[in-house]
Design a protein around this ligand. Structure first.
Ligand SMILES: [Zn+2]
Length: 63
């Protein structure tokens, strides 16, 4: 297709956490830091519950 107003420096869609490409796993587009990012269903829990996925609780958290 023609009509692309760019120099052609597009990165392929990949999960922002594990880096899996859309050719291997479905990716969900989302907005992040003013830009577009992608995340795979496997990493969605990490996005929703970052403290749970980490294992170690952040400092200053009682209990
Ligand atoms: Zn992922």
């Amino acid at each position: 297709m023609e009509g692309n107003a760019g120099t052609g420096q597009e990165e392929p869609a990949a999960c922002m956490f594990c880096g899996s490409g859309e050719e291997r796993i479905p990716l969900v587009p989302l907005r992040y830091q003013g830009g577009q990012a992608f995340i795979c269903p496997r990493c969605l829990p990490r996005l929703i519950h970052p403290e749970r996925a980490g294992g170690t609780a952040p400092h200053g958290q009682p209990g």
